[in-house]
Ligand binder design. Structure first.
Ligand code: CA
Length: 219
């Protein structure tokens, strides 16, 4: 899962970026509204965390433009304290949720999980498919009731495949879900992660669709 973080406050942005990465999200962080629009045009994000007070272009303008263009990506806005009006304007401009600064990082990641879940029409927080059980909140995976210890990338990869069960994801889509800008990615990184996941789950847990990518079949 890949998140776009739009925040001009360096200290706050640092904390949020670290918190999201710890929760196994790939994060791209931009610092102004114009950079946010560029990033959003390229796409590939599962959610946006958008500060409203930004240089060059306000978060409200970025949001309004995004929705005018028909983009349905989940957006959580960050607003300053005592600005009820900003929250109302933000929600009316198309935000899905908001948090008032200062906020707790655990609350932020919980809200992001909820947004992504709703965007995928997944009513249950815990994903259970093909004998695999993945809980995004506790970052745990069980297979046939056995607890698996997965590194962040393998967890992220499995999460993306399960959320999109029944659909083929290309290597490029999976790469987008796992790696932020500027991260070194070996050309066969996705195949290596898949190899490790199959070894830990079952050889046939993840299907290869030749020339396209990978998928987990729906039950
Ligand atoms: Ca700001």
């Amino acid at each position: 899962m890949r998140i776009l973080l739009v925040e001009d406050d360096a200290l706050l942005g640092d904390g949020v970026e670290a918190g999201l990465k710890q929760a196994a999200y790939a994060v791209d962080w931009v610092h102004d509204g114009v950079a946010a629009e560029l990033a959003l045009r390229n796409g590939g994000y599962d959610a946006v965390i958008l500060d409203l007070g930004l240089p060059r272009k306000s978060g409200l303008e970025v949001l309004a433009q995004l929705r005018r263009a028909g983009n349905r990506i989940p957006v959580l806005i960050l607003t300053a304290r005592d600005t009820v009006n900003d929250r109302i304007k933000g929600l009316d401009a198309g935000a899905d949720d908001y948090l008032v600064k200062p906020f707790d990082l655990h609350e932020l990641t919980a809200r992001v999980r909820a947004l992504i879940r709703r965007a995928h029409d997944a009513p249950a927080p815990v994903l259970r498919i093909a004998g695999i059980e993945l809980d995004p909140a506790t970052r745990t995976v069980r297979h046939d009731d056995k607890l698996l210890d997965l590194p962040a990338r393998e967890f992220g990869l499995l999460h993306a495949l399960l959320l999109n069960a029944g659909r083929v994801l290309t290597r490029e889509q999976l790469g987008d879900a796992l790696y932020g800008w500027g991260e070194e990615v070996e050309s066969n990184a996705i195949d290596v992660h898949i190899h490790h996941l199959r070894r830990k789950l079952a050889p046939d847990a993840i299907r290869t669709v030749r020339g396209v990518g990978y998928m987990i079949a729906k039950d």
